[in-house]
Ligand binder design. Structure first.
Ligand code: KE4
Length: 422
């Protein structure tokens, strides 16, 4: 495959940006490839700077549930742009988006729009600390909640990919208050609460983990988190940056029937633009300035262009809820193809990861048994056959509403060919 333009661009980029990228996982370090520079994308396809075409299963790490350059989203964004890019003031679109969020995720009685998933989770944690007056938080090994200091502890996603579970540059004092439990192990949470229960402000969790690869919650795990946080007066924060509007209009909390106190949203809610949100019970969110004393702000929070994209995407999902059963059907076909090839797969809805380990992957430790080199070989084989998957074993494949049956059939064929070679 000719990727000379990407190679040339990458050489320039490396002189200008750390690793030549604006987010580490894009560097493709663990799969031994030059990152492709994307020229344009439409529907289920992306096209690189050398004109190579791929069926895209990264979908920008989740936002593009309706595929790339959806006409309705593009039209809404173009209209919004003509009315000005940013006001730094209130506008009707943010009211409409807040109503959509609240309508679909009723546990979010009040919501604050922000600009990234990192900001959403960071702010939800601050709200929990402000509301409870407590300082400690609990997170889970292998979960990733963005790059705010206190959450860069035994993280997933790029931290796991790089094999650097904690980040340099984060003072120990900033992470001393972060307690770490094992995902899918309620007893590890109980043990922390027995020691620190009255000091714990919140448990923050990906209700279906997707940053150590896809690791769904085992039966009773989320219910146990709900019970123990209620018992000790701590809050339960669902990081639904990936699962929100991905696992259904009501996200993971609707799917699993467990209601958190606070929820962080991102990716899909922004329609592909820099927009995220956090929200929850009125009495908690009223701690947030200007009502309460927990400060959180943002120049581009609720940006009208980003809000237009978010509204257009959520409107379409609300109007076509059958999209979710279609996503499930398509992703199930891919799962079958992997399983028929003998591969080890976790899938939840339209999230899927193939794991190169013989162990069932249910937590960080089992995820870490994966053969990274084998995943890299798998990634390169898919790429050579025109399939663009996540350049890391510890991410998800995302399917969109516009992946056609032909796309899925082609993908399954390639999987059966490539996986057999292992
Ligand atoms: P952002 O700050 O990247 O918008 O969101 C952070 C975040 C928060 N919570 C969860 C569950 C997330 O998955 C993320 C970000 N996801 C990664 C991919 N696993 C983004 C890709 C990247 O870092 O480049």
């Amino acid at each position: 495959m000719d990727i000379r333009n990407s190679e040339r661009l990458y050489e320039r980029a490396k002189k200008l940006m750390p690793g030549g990228v604006n987010s580490p996982v894009r560097a493709c370090k663990n799969v031994g490839c030059t990152p492709l520079f994307i020229d344009h994308a439409k529907g289920s396809r992306i096209y690189d700077a050398d004109g190579n075409e791929f069926i895209d299963y990264v979908c920008s790490w989740g936002p593009n549930i309706l595929g790339h350059a959806d006409e309705d989203i593009i039209s809404a964004v173009q209209t919004a742009c003509g009315k000005g890019l940013t006001y730094g003031a209130c506008h009707e679109g943010e009211v409409e988006l807040a109503e959509r969020i609240k309508r679909n995720i009723p546990s979010i009685e009040l919501v604050r729009l922000v600009s990234s998933g990192t900001e959403a989770v960071m702010s939800a944690v601050r709200a929990a600390r402000g509301f409870t007056g407590r300082d400690r938080i609990v997170k889970f090994e292998g979960c990733y909640h963005g790059h705010s200091d206190g959450l860069l502890v035994r993280g997933g996603s790029g931290l796991l990919t790089a094999g650097v579970p904690d980040s340099a540059g984060v003072p120990k004092a900033f992470t001393d208050l972060t307690l770490v439990a094992r995902y899918n192990d309620a007893a590890s949470v109980s043990a922390l609460f027995e020691s620190f229960g009255e000091e714990i402000a919140a448990v923050v969790v990906e209700p279906c983990a997707a940053n150590m690869g896809v690791v769904p919650p085992v039966e009773g795990f989320l219910e146990a988190l709900r019970e123990i946080t209620l018992r000790y007066g701590a809050l339960l924060i669902f990081d639904e940056v990936i699962t929100g509007f991905r696992l259904g209009l009501g996200g993971a909390q609707e799917k699993y029937g467990v209601t958190p106190d606070l929820t962080a949203l991102g990716k899909i809610v922004g329609g592909g633009m820099p927009l995220a949100a956090y929200g929850g019970r009125t009495n908690i969110m009223e701690c947030i300035a200007p009502v309460g004393s927990v400060y959180q702000a943002g120049t581009l929070s609720g940006n009208p262009v980003a809000v237009a994209a978010g509204n257009a995407q959520l409107k379409k999902l609300e109007e076509q809820p059958q999209i979710y059963s279609e996503l499930d059907r398509k992703c199930a076909a891919i799962e079958r193809a992997f399983r028929e090839s003998g591969a080890n797969v976790n899938r939840e809805g339209s999230l899927l990861t193939v794991f190169f380990t013989d162990m069932a992957v249910t937590d960080y430790d089992s995820a870490k048994t994966c053969d990274i080199a084998a995943y890299a070989e798998h990634y390169r084989r898919l790429l050579s056959e025109g399939i663009y998957a996540a350049p890391s074993q510890f991410e998800a494949m995302f399917v969109s509403a516009v992946h056609s049956d032909e796309d899925i059939e082609r993908t399954c064929e390639v999987i059966k060919q490539t996986a057999k070679k292992f």
